[in-house]
Design a binder for this molecule. Structure first.
Ligand code: SF4
Length: 347
């Protein structure tokens, strides 16, 4: 029987001492066959290393997709892209958004509430919505925006309205599989960092055609710019989207990408947690400790409201984290609760 390559063991041993793999080493890790013993060792090492790094603590985030429109970014993998979307435009009312905010935050288990728009959006309305949500939800619960590009002045207004963070990604093949300018995406990322908001990044949307080199270049942007959250997300097969014929990677391969992202962030002291999209147990035992609940519009879904379809609710996310063996939930900066207690009879 073949022995494990000593170079791989050396990379994993160094990771156990909190030393990150180099870019070249990350490429080798991504090139391991996903069903190999070596890939399983990689995932197990990322799992053990991240549990130690984050104290076996997990986080639930909740995203509300507040509108649907034919999006001019025309991302070839997204169900809302202009030119191929099958959705009619729809905007949630303020009352509906507040109702979602209540549903997500009522149990005080949610760390961050995300408000997601299309690439173009009404900035004034977003500010009003943020103010309304901020008044309504628990003080420690974070508000994060997942919106199009914005400038320094807008970042300051978002901060003043109560926004704590922003999800912003320069995607794989940005400008090729999307109509967006990669430099504009990076400029907004700099704005987010300079404004003091937590910056949420992700290696996405990973498909079977992406090379290890492409994945590494894109994921290291999150490390070089100091992301608060790193993550991995696979491209979901959306029937009728221009990239549908390229198919999708397995959750096992996504777990491998998650493991490499997690180990690479050992070089990034700003990174406080690792997410996997969509939530799954392989990712949560490969270095990820964050899952997202979702409501409303979802670019990976073919239903107007993702909840009850692709999107999970808080209870389902909590169960998944418990099953993955996490001990506690971080529910706000400095605020924690036991996960095991939630699954124990209190009579
Ligand atoms: S992924 Fe986002 S930016 Fe791209 S088309 Fe969909 S909604 Fe627009």
């Amino acid at each position: 029987m073949a022995t494990i390559d000593s170079r791989l063991l050396a990379i994993l041993d160094r990771a156990r001492e909190a030393k990150a793999p180099t870019k070249a080493e990350c490429i080798c890790l991504l090139e391991l066959p996903e069903t190999s013993l070596e890939a399983a060792l990689l995932r197990a090492t990322a799992d053990a290393t991240m549990r130690q790094r984050f104290g076996n603590e997990a986080i639930i985030l909740g995203q509300v997709g507040v509108e649907i429109a034919a999006c001019p970014a025309a991302c070839k993998f997204c169900s809302f892209g202009e030119g191929h979307t099958r959705f009619a435009p729809k905007v949630m009312t303020t009352a509906e958004i507040l109702q979602c905010a209540d549903a997500f935050t009522g149990s005080r288990e949610l760390y961050s509430l995300f408000l997601m728009t299309m690439h173009t959006f009404e900035f004034g309305r977003l500010l009003e919505t943020v103010r309304g949500v901020r008044e309504r939800i628990p003080a420690g619960t974070q508000i994060v925006v997942n919106i199009g590009d914005f400038d320094r002045a807008q970042a300051a207004e978002l901060r003043a309205a109560g926004v704590n963070g922003a999800y912003h990604v320069c995607r794989l093949r940005e400008g090729i599989d999307t109509k967006l300018d990669p430099e504009a995406r990076k400029q907004t990322i700099r704005v987010i960092r300079d404004s003091g908001m937590d910056w949420y990044y992700c290696c996405e949307p990973v498909g079977p055609e992406h090379t290890a080199e492409e994945l590494v270049e894109q994921m290291f942007l999150g490390i070089d710019y100091g992301c608060f959250q790193h993550a991995a997300m696979r491209r979901v097969y959306v029937p009728g989207s221009p990239l549908a014929d390229r198919g999708q990677i397995t959750e096992l391969r996504l777990g491998q990408v998650t493991a490499v992202v997690a180990l690479a962030t050992l070089a990034c002291p700003e990174t406080r947690n690792i997410a996997v999209h969509e939530p799954n147990l392989i990712g949560l035992t490969s270095g990820a400790n964050v899952v997202y609940a979702e409501k409303g519009a979802n670019p990976r879904d073919t239903e107007e409201d993702t909840n009850g379809h692709r999107g999970r609710d808080i209870a389902a996310c909590k169960t998944m984290l418990y099953e993955a063996g996490f001990g506690q939930l971080l529910t706000a900066p400095g605020r924690r609760q036991s996960l095991a207690d939630a699954f124990r009879c209190r009579n």
